[in-house]
Design a protein around this ligand. Sequence first.
Ligand code: UDP
Length: 248
Amino acid sequence: MKPIGKGKAKDIYLADNGDIIFEFTDRVTAFDGAKKAEYPHKGEVCCSLAAYWFKILEKEGVPTHFKEKIDSNRMRVANLKILPVEVIWRNYVAGSLWRRFEKSEIKLPEDTEAREGAPIPNGMLEFTTKFEAVDRPVSTNEIIYEGWMTEAELKYISEVTEKVNDIMFSRLLKKDIILADFKIEFGRTSNGEILLADEVGTPDGCRFWDRQAYIRGEFLSLDKDVFRKNKGDLSAAYLEIFKRITKD
Ligand code: UDP
């Protein structure tokens, strides 16, 4: 096994057979790496939840790069060429969408109230750059113009992202968790097949809100916003969301 890279939270290795091994560390970063820390159990929680969702999504017909969970914080995945675009799906107004709206940089989707936490009735799909120093929103025109994806690939990725949302959103709602938004990535195999890549359904890449608190008018975050916004102990929040998602 040869180390080939370090992401913000994961260490990446090349296995002897050409697969990739992800080691989920306890590192956490926010604001494009400007804020950093380590929290016990974080790596295990993210590895276990990513494996949990990859298995469900595969069963529901979403092709992914997941192969197997090796131990508490490592998984084996297929070696892909990661597409240079991150895909964001939003069910509620939060995070950078709210910040851009407040600065009049963006309009909210139709029938969406202008307040943080408002539901977005039909959801919202956005794309950002992946390999630039600071993630920046990109239009579908720019993606095609730059040759990052074909129009057909973009259509496929958009459909898969909506399907991933439908699957996770409905399962989480049954556990009284609101999936406010999430980010996913895709990669291309040597045959040109597009697979869901990186990680999915973890508190690093999703906003999870406790539904009962939301009904009371509060935001109880069970995700990385605990760290971004100094809302308490990240280890406790991650262990709590892990317990709630994997119960039953
Ligand atoms: N997100 C992510 N990685 C990034 C940027 C965003 O996983 O580099 C996730 C984030 O956790 C949230 C969703 O994508 O669930 C939407 O993020 P947003 O654009 O609101 O930015 P944020 O304010 O979270 O940085």
